[in-house]
Design a protein around this ligand. Structure first.
Ligand code: ZN
Length: 184
């Protein structure tokens, strides 16, 4: 069985300590990432996709990007997306970080859909990031927004739905959806 992978950005580091991500406000990046990852995971599963998701783990026990890379390999996932938020100086809209052309195709649906709903969204070429460079399958990082002045929860939930629907479009572009169904 082949599966996709949804990761919560940051979390437990290899040395066992906890990385809350960006931001020094009451709400950490990890908390925002967890909220959006729940929405994305639920929406993808409603669409019939099989995804391994870090939201299935106890809160704050999910691994950071290094553990996510290992999990993608261990479970033979065919694609992966890890949910993040940008730091306070970053972009308030959605940003999709990608490496190669397949990853760009995987993320482009998210950008197109967000723009169709009048939201700001952009692709960022970031091939050097470990989560993007290390796996042998297409992987992207999705910055759902910005910490500290994060969008209201209703908006974040909407962005989660956009990210999931965009992933479905992107997976069709690179024909990983069909492979997932066949293997299932
Ligand atoms: Zn992050």
């Amino acid at each position: 069985m082949t599966v996709g992978f949804v990761g919560i950005g940051h979390g437990r580091k290899d040395d066992g300590t906890f990385d809350p991500g960006a931001g020094d406000a009451d709400v950490t990046e990890h908390q925002l990432n967890t909220l959006v990852a729940h929405v994305v995971t639920a929406a993808l599963r409603r669409s019939g996709l099989i995804v391994a998701s870090e939201v299935d783990l106890p809160y704050r026990s999910d691994p950071n990007y290094r553990g996510s890379v290992r999990e993608i390999a261990r479970r033979h996932c065919t694609w992966g997306a890890e949910i993040h938020h940008d730091w306070r100086g970053g972009d308030p809209g959605i940003a999709v970080l990608y490496g190669g052309p397949k990853e760009r195709a995987l993320g482009y649906g998210i950008v197109e859909l967000a723009r169709a709903f009048n939201g700001a969204a952009k692709l960022v070429h970031a091939p050097q990031h470990t989560f993007i460079a290390a796996p042998s399958v297409p992987t992207i990082i999705v910055e759902a927004g910005r910490v500290d002045d994060a969008a209201p929860w209703a908006e974040l939930i909407f962005r989660g739905e956009i990210i999931a629907a965009g992933l479905v479009v992107g997976l069709q572009q690179i024909q990983l959806t069909r492979a997932t169904y066949q293997a299932a």
